[in-house]
Write a protein that binds this ligand. Structure first.
Ligand SMILES: [Zn+2]
Length: 306
């Protein structure tokens, strides 16, 4: 297997948008990262303790999105679609500056993040990329939800959702790491059922939610004028979320995932279970002790000039 160089972007890129849950308009800057620095978020609105490393050890409980937090309780949420773009575009090191607590939702998909990364161009760094190789089958079950991963030489995600709704019904899609596949997943938007909108808003969430950034399904109708981008957009978005959450492993993971009815929480439980036992995984093309997954904050990746 050939060694791959680590990659970052070759020049900065800027985006602006509203946070889905906070409703706050934020500015986002994607900046080139140094070798081995990983994916790092920086809260530009805060003067100190403002770095948050994108690692599963920093995930904090959250409803309907993925949120990471540093040891000083400084957090950034709804990172998953940007992280999925980073996963798919094979970026290893990136500094992401944001002047608020939530990454903008843009159109509800990863499309604008991917466009930004592509416009910036790719810079190869002088160091090998590492991969996490899964060595054993790991399963997490929660009621009727289920996720498993088993050894495989690439990443494969076989995902199924079942909704009591005549449009969504049962959808299943398989992701296999190829460039042509990726576009469809990138463009798939977040979604919700109309009857859940009120419940979500009552919890103080989705303040920035609209038909501009989410597909809303009411019985057998799509409320968005433009309709769906693909018939299977719902399950494809779930795979996009899964890709973004897997990027929190710190390195790309190789394994075959099967998931039914999963989401951010279940993917996170799977990642925790993988790293809970050294016998479950190994780093390929790399000295094993460079990654220490059981520390609270991610070590050895502080090569960022703040
Ligand atoms: Zn999502």
């Amino acid at each position: 297997m050939p060694l791959n160089n680590q990659r970052t972007i070759s020049k900065p890129s800027y985006l602006k948008g509203v946070g889905l849950h906070t409703g706050q308009t934020v500015n986002l800057a994607l900046l080139p990262g140094k070798l081995d620095s990983g994916i790092v978020f920086k809260r530009k609105d805060l003067k100190e303790n403002n770095l948050i490393f994108a690692n599963y050890n920093n995930v904090t409980p959250s409803i309907l999105c993925t949120k990471i937090q540093n040891e000083n309780s400084v957090s950034v949420s709804t990172i998953e679609h940007l992280m999925a773009a980073i996963y798919g575009e094979e970026i290893d090191n990136l500094l992401i500056e944001v002047d608020g607590p939530e990454i903008p939702i843009m159109d509800g998909s990863a499309r604008d993040f991917v466009k930004s990364i592509r416009e910036s161009g790719i810079k190869n760094l002088k160091g090998d990329r590492k991969y996490i190789k899964v060595l054993k089958k790991i399963t997490v079950k929660q009621g009727d939800k289920f996720i498993s991963i088993e050894p495989f030489d690439k990443l494969k995600i076989d995902f199924e959702i079942v909704y009591n709704n005549p449009i969504i019904k049962k959808q299943r899609e398989i992701f296999q790491n190829s460039q042509s596949d990726l576009e469809l997943f990138y463009n798939s938007r977040t979604f919700c059922l109309f009857e859940d909108v009120e419940k979500i808003k009552k919890k103080g969430l989705a303040k920035g939610g609209s038909l501009e950034n989410a597909v809303v399904v009411k019985d057998d109708a799509i409320l968005n004028k433009e309709g769906l981008r693909y018939k299977n957009e719902f399950v494809m978005h779930k795979i996009l979320d899964c890709l973004g959450d897997l990027m929190l492993c710190g390195n790309r993971i190789r394994g075959s995932i099967v998931c039914s009815q999963g989401g951010h929480q279940l993917t996170y439980e799977l990642i925790k279970k993988i790293f809970s036992n050294k016998e479950n995984w190994a780093l390929e093309n790399q000295v094993l002790n460079k990654l220490q997954p059981n520390k609270k904050t991610f070590p050895a990746r502080i090569a960022i000039s703040a």
